[in-house]
Design a protein around this ligand. Structure first.
Ligand code: HEC
Ligand code: HEC
Ligand code: HEC
Ligand code: HEC
Ligand code: HEC
Ligand code: HEC
Ligand code: HEC
Ligand code: HEC
Ligand code: HEC
Length: 368
């Protein structure tokens, strides 16, 4: 085609040059029209090009890296007052240094390193997390700062609080799906500030592997943070005895002792989550709850495979026996509470009276 009409080549170049000039004017105008606030002065050069829609670059991997930054989003982020170059420390005008990252993930992994310059505490905290360990072991899908927070669109990470589990759900969607239907998750969705979300049990930057023996042993204490708090539980009419009775019962006593003596060894005794579930905990009256009467035997049988239908009643539950809860146990206890003092007291009285009578008799005999 082009070889057929060589005379039009210079015309085409003229056309391209004209277009380029127009584009340049448009860019300059849009940068000026930005009406950039004083502190944004440095950013208008960068945004002059990077606010243009459709700007992108192809990486060595063949992936396309979009290069458009929405100024409105940026200006409503927590970093609105920062210059672009406070994070893009390697860039200073155009042309830019040659791109070193071969694919999108590598680019993100290079860029997020800048966060630590201004947030050293969160960075240091996260070094010990299971995510950091997974990254070090070569799992590039494990979470880095920007996966949870974003880059140009960072907003307050725990406001509203429901946002947190959605952040984790980007990669742990199956767990979040269970969680939102749990007694805790449902209350959270309704704006209840007293129920736990992912980071109350796992931390925001410090997640440890929750499948270790040590985590299992200390897990009842996570529940105890709230379920042993009388003022908090009173609001919901939930007994705080659940924690004390657990620690006092044979499962809890052995787990508590075990934790002290062998913090790293697995325990086969029941912890809270064995009976109630973890991310799927339901109200104890819910017909699908693992602890509701109809399902309780199956729950016990996971560890007591030979348990018979009346086995669950061998466990007095979380509640001290009362006239209504386990009345037989209650009355037997009560009976002993009266009988034992009565018998011992009677004995003491009898022995005392008898001794007194003997002494009196002896004195009388001497006097005679
Ligand atoms: C004249 C237009 C223009 C200006 C001004 C400009 N850029 Fe770019 N930028 C580009 C283009 C085109 C690319 C694609 C890769 C390349 O050409 O280097 C790019 C790539 C990038 C990238 C991704 C690749 C990399 O090198 O990291 C970042 C980040 C970036 N620019 C930030 C900035 C910042 C920050 C500023 C202001 C200091 C800025 N740019 C100014 C046009 C521009
Ligand atoms: C708080 C730090 C921070 C600031 C401030 C910041 N950036 Fe970025 N930027 C990043 C990170 C981190 C990435 C890597 C991409 C990712 O993780 O999503 C990135 C990526 C980019 C890219 C590549 C395309 C993309 O979105 O991935 C461009 C272009 C860019 N930034 C331009 C800018 C411009 C222009 C400004 C100023 C208006 C700016 N950045 C301010 C942290 C920042
Ligand atoms: C040049 C310094 C600087 C860099 C680099 C930086 N930040 Fe910030 N960041 C700030 C400042 C300043 C604030 C505002 C602090 C405030 O309002 O208390 C902030 C606020 C935040 C907040 C909100 C804190 C809150 O309490 O609501 C988050 C989250 C955050 N940054 C994450 C990041 C991430 C992720 C990166 C890397 C992509 C990053 N920051 C890079 C300076 C920086
Ligand atoms: C796994 C997700 C995740 C990762 C990875 C992550 N954060 Fe956070 N970050 C959060 C959540 C959620 C909060 C909200 C506070 C909370 O729930 O305790 C938060 C809070 C913050 C805050 C506000 C102050 C605070 O400590 O509460 C800053 C600043 C911050 N993160 C910076 C960072 C930086 C820098 C990195 C990378 C070194 C990082 N975060 C990595 C999820 C994450
Ligand atoms: C960018 C994806 C991503 C995000 C976002 C993320 N995680 Fe992870 N997380 C991973 C990967 C990958 C692993 C490694 C194990 C695996 O593949 O499941 C992991 C592991 C974990 C583990 C250890 C259990 C295990 O399987 O090794 C916990 C606990 C955890 N994440 C909690 C959280 C919490 C809480 C949040 C939100 C504050 C969160 N994660 C956000 C990707 C993510
Ligand atoms: C009430 C405390 C609690 C809350 C809330 C909670 N977790 Fe967990 N999580 C645990 C415990 C305890 C374990 C370990 C025992 C188990 O797996 O049953 C665990 C295990 C995990 C694991 C690793 C094992 C697995 O099942 O894959 C991941 C990943 C995880 N949680 C992520 C999350 C995320 C994401 C959220 C929020 C949607 C969340 N957790 C909310 C207590 C909690
Ligand atoms: C051996 C199984 C088992 C273990 C271990 C266990 N629970 Fe329970 N839990 C139950 C059963 C069964 C119920 C139903 C009520 C009852 O009769 O005790 C219940 C009821 C509850 C209730 C509702 C109380 C109310 O007032 O309605 C809460 C809250 C609770 N448990 C929390 C915990 C916590 C926290 C732990 C660990 C410290 C724990 N449970 C350990 C089986 C268990
Ligand atoms: C951050 C505080 C907090 C933590 C941690 C917590 N819970 Fe809860 N839990 C609550 C609150 C508040 C409710 C009441 C929610 C409602 O009724 O809307 C509740 C409700 C429950 C219920 C339903 C009680 C009923 O009346 O039916 C059970 C069962 C339960 N939690 C078990 C657990 C277990 C097991 C753990 C540990 C793995 C745990 N919780 C950790 C605050 C907490
Ligand atoms: C996660 C496993 C697990 C679950 C679930 C569990 N138990 Fe246990 N239970 C044990 C272990 C292990 C022992 C032995 C404790 C010891 O030797 O100190 C035990 C001991 C007992 C004992 C003491 C008598 C005996 O056989 O040694 C009773 C009673 C008991 N469990 C009842 C229950 C009831 C009722 C349930 C269901 C509500 C239940 N358990 C659920 C693991 C479990």
């Amino acid at each position: 085609m082009t070889s057929a009409c060589p005379g039009r080549q210079p015309v085409r170049w003229l056309f391209v040059a004209g277009l380029a000039t127009l584009l340049f004017i448009a860019l300059a105008a849009s940068a000026g029209a930005e009406g950039a606030p004083a502190q944004d002065g440095d950013n208008s050069t960068c945004l002059g090009c990077h606010s243009q829609p459709g700007l992108s670059v192809e990486l060595a991997s063949g992936e396309v890296l979009p290069l458009t930054v929405d100024p409105n989003v940026y200006h409503s982020s927590v970093h609105a007052n920062l210059t672009c170059t406070s994070c893009h420390t390697n860039i200073d005008g155009y042309p830019h240094p040659k791109l070193t990252a071969g694919d999108r993930r590598s680019f993100q992994m290079e860029r997020y390193q800048q966060c630590k310059n201004c947030h050293p505490d969160q960075y240091t905290e996260s070094l010990d997390s299971t995510h950091a360990r997974e990254l070090a072991a070569g799992n590039r899908n494990a979470a880095i700062c920007t996966d949870c927070h974003g880059s140009h669109d960072i907003t307050d990470p725990d406001n509203p609080r429901q946002k947190i589990s959605q952040t984790c759900a980007k990669c742990h969607s199956a767990i979040n799906e269970q969680f939102v239907h749990s007694v805790h998750g449902e209350a959270l969705e309704n704006g209840n500030p007293d129920v736990p979300t992912c980071t109350d049990c796992h931390g925001a930057h410090t997640q440890e592997d929750p499948r270790t023996a040590a985590f299992r042993l200390k897990s009842p204490n996570i529940c105890g943070e709230c379920h042993a708090n009388a003022a908090l539980m009173e609001k919901y009419g939930i007994s705080v005895d659940v924690f004390n009775t657990y620690v006092a019962d044979f499962h809890g006593t052995t787990v508590t002792l075990f934790e002290r003596q062998h913090p790293d060894q697995p325990t086969n005794k029941a912890v809270c989550t064995d009976c109630h579930g973890t991310h799927n905990i339901l109200a104890v009256t819910d017909e699908n709850a693992t602890v509701v009467k109809e399902n309780l035997l199956a729950t016990c049988r996971r560890c007591h495979p030979d348990a018979t239908a009346d086995f669950p009643s061998s466990w007095v539950g979380h509640f001290p026996p009362s006239r209504t809860n386990q009345p037989l146990v209650y009355y037997v206890n009560l009976f002993y509470k009266i009988l034992i003092p009565a018998v011992i007291g009677g004995m003491v009285l009898f022995v005392g009276l008898d001794a007194g009578a003997r002494i009196l008799r002896r004195i009388r005999r001497k006097g005679a």
